[in-house]
Design a protein around this ligand. Sequence first.
Ligand code: ZN
Ligand code: ZN
Length: 595
Amino acid sequence: MSELIESHADLASLSKEERLARMRHSAAHVLAEAMVELMPGAELGIGPPIDTGFYYDFRLPRPLTNEDLAWLEERMRQSIAGHHPFQMASITKAEAAEHWKDQPFKLDLLSELDEGNVTQCTHAHFTDLCRGGHVNDTGDIPQSFKLMSIAGAYWRGSEKNPQLQRVYGALFETAEDLAAYEEHLEEARRRDHRRIGRELELFELVDEIGPGHVVWLPAGATIRRELSRWIEDLEIEQGYLHVHTPNVAKRELYVRSGHWDHYQDAMYPIMERDGEEYVLRPMNCPSHIMVYEAAQHSYRELPIRIAELGDMHRWEKSGELTGMSRVRIMTLNDAHIFCADTDQVALEVENVLRLMEHVYGVLGLKNYSYRLSLGDPDDHEKYVDNPPMWAKGEDLLRRVLTRVGLPFTEAKGEAAFYGPKIDVQFETAAGKDETLVTVQVDFHLPNQFGLEYIGEDGARHQPIIVHRGVISTLERMVALLIEEYEGNFPLWLAPTQAVVIPIADRHVAYAEEVAAELRARRLRVTVDSRNERMQAKIRDHQLKKIPYMLVVGDREAEANAAALRVRGGENLGAIPVADILARLVTERDTRALVP
Ligand SMILES: [Zn+2]
Ligand SMILES: [Zn+2]
């Protein structure tokens, strides 16, 4: 016998969050109701509310189509219009097992529940196993929802289990909220670095090479090279010493640094040869410590700034790999600054923050903020247990941030295992908050490795290490820049900076001459002598987001000029080649942003 449970909810008295959660949860029931009508044999998984709506997982006799989605959505609208009450009932577990005997996933869920009664929810003619949390009747669900997509999902998220079809719905309280969400999705799609990367032929992820292993195509490799050269030049101006250290090292090195203990799950597996164990390095720190250790140091040499665009290898879970922003092999703009004391640390961290501000300013980045990431004194599992060391490091970073005048937030439990850090947080096009780079103060690794320098007093002292990035990994930075610029790179980064387009075949020779002149000033230029109509050529290069097009015909050849077209469509008319050259070189060398 089932026992009815009264549970009238006063929706208006709930917080907006709680109300939306109930609406979304209830909408998932209505979706399942419609699905069972569409496919009577449908096997039901789970259907929870999520941040933007709801989903429901089903095992179905055939793949869903977009027509199915439209049909389901229409049925849901009808059910909502029907004002069917949601009625909770309590039954024994045995009764429930009998009720769900043809539904393997529900039986699986039941098997995990304690003995005793379970609750079910019925609306219209549809019943689901459910703990509750609904609106009162289907009429309380707003019509401002939409079935968005179909995706594959494993039962309980495990690849060992059957694969189900997941239907996603977006649901908001008002039509305006839903429209704003759709607009946000559209903008994220428009800026998505994966799509733009494909269209502009910047990079590829090739199955034969492996997931998360980025192949930089010529255009993308050009952007990467420009960024690398620029940051290395800036570092040289700041007294950094560049090194090059191996990608493979003995496992022992990372046991000593502590990475093996804290990090091995995120590392590629061990390679064994001649009785030695080797690993692909997950971080550059120990390698740079070896550079420091290669010689004896006096206080006069400190700070020593060791820098490298170093490759790192991290076994990210396949579900987390995302285009170029989450990959398994990456090149980090990394440096380790070996300081004599905390005064030096403070000064060096300050210089790093100023370098960051300069770099992000030139790149035109705006959506970032600083976060002081602290340890957690209660978590000895995650963090090195040394309270005075933590307090010293945290206090120091806080003071530097304040002195440089950068606004920042503080976050407990976000530090590295060996010390506090300053994180630069960016918002991606998809609206996700991600850490781009960090600056860390480290008293721990110098201790682990027994590092020392000879002080003014002639005695041995332990240096302090500042770990820092500025450009982040080249992969993540380029992904971010693609989204920031929507593929319209400023001239200095644009893979192809100009195209010369001859009007007729007889102008090809002159076009080649103009191109050669530009190339002599290290401008990246091509000649488009294809047998295509002029308008088609112009459109192609606009789609490729080439900053400049130089159109040349009889008049231009005679005047040693070219008709200059700017990305975006403006035609500036015939301009002497020497002036065009001067304009492009200035724009490139000042790293001007696209207006
Ligand atoms: Zn429910
Ligand atoms: Zn490091």
